[in-house]
Design a binder for this molecule. Structure first.
Ligand code: G3P
Ligand code: MG
Length: 237
């Protein structure tokens, strides 16, 4: 079962920061998940929320900020004072940190309806950095996944289930040539896992932070878990 560091090692360092990604690598993570938004001037920035209120004490939406403005915000000290120097990374900056063998799960928070051209930018970055083989793009915004697939026949795609029914999900995943069905811990039943596997999809589950949940999911045959504590990989029973 693949253990994917959710927003980096976000149990140990401020989520979606260089510190969280470095910590995940130190803990031996072989895969990392992060969330992507787009600034007013088209930079792909790594953050979970649409604004920086929760993690940067700034109410403004990322889509209304220039990269220069967004890059000035302290996104670390909410977690602990020693992270006060943390600034928003761009997606490009994160690839600079990752050794070649580490897989990156890039979750696009919104497609072009909110962030015009974001799918083109993600595809262009993945191509320019030649990281197609180790990048999986996922989204709850299934229109964004369709746009991405239309631009790139090779991209690895993860379908985040969200509020969509399994029936609709499977209908939409086929033309997307999705690789995985990504769902929450609560949504993960034996039946759902079996139905996905029967259709040839991996099942990746978020957010799994206890050995008990990890072991339950492993018993269901789940292929991977997103966790804030990538050391879960070491505490195998
Ligand atoms: O990609 C899995 C997980 O990150 C989805 O939920 O809200 O943590 O981005 P969220
Ligand atoms: Mg995410």
């Amino acid at each position: 079962m693949l253990v994917i560091a959710h927003r980096g090692a976000s149990g140990h360092a401020p989520e979606n920061t260089r510190a969280a990604f470095r910590r995940a690598l130190e803990l031996g993570a072989r895969a990392i998940e992060l969330d992507v938004h787009q600034t007013l001037d088209g930079e792909l920035v790594v953050a979970h929320d649409d604004d920086l209120r929760r993690r940067g004490r700034l109410r403004r939406k990322l889509k209304s900020l220039t990269w220069e403005q967004a890059a000035a915000v302290d996104v670390g000290s909410w977690f602990a004072p020693e992270f006060a120097a943390e600034r928003l990374p761009r997606l490009d900056d994160v690839y600079d940190l990752l050794p070649p063998g580490v897989e990156l799960h890039v979750e696009i928070k919104h497609g072009s309806s909110v962030y015009p051209g974001i799918e083109e930018r993600v595809v262009a970055l993945i191509r320019r950095r030649r990281v197609q083989a180790r990048t999986l793009v996922s989204s709850f915004d299934h229109a964004a996944l369709r746009a991405l697939r239309a631009l790139d026949a090779e991209a690895r795609v993860g379908y985040l289930l969200g509020l969509t029914s399994l029936k609709t999900a499977f209908r939409e995943m086929k033309p997307l040539s999705a690789e995985s069905l990504n769902m929450s811990l609560r949504q993960t039943t034996r039946r759902a896992v079996a139905a996905a596997h029967q259709r040839g999809y991996k099942v990746l589950v978020y957010t799994v932070n206890s050995p008990a949940d990890r072991d339950r999911l492993a018993a269901l045959g789940v292929d991977g878990i997103f966790t804030n504590y990538p050391e879960l990989d070491l505490w195998r029973s």
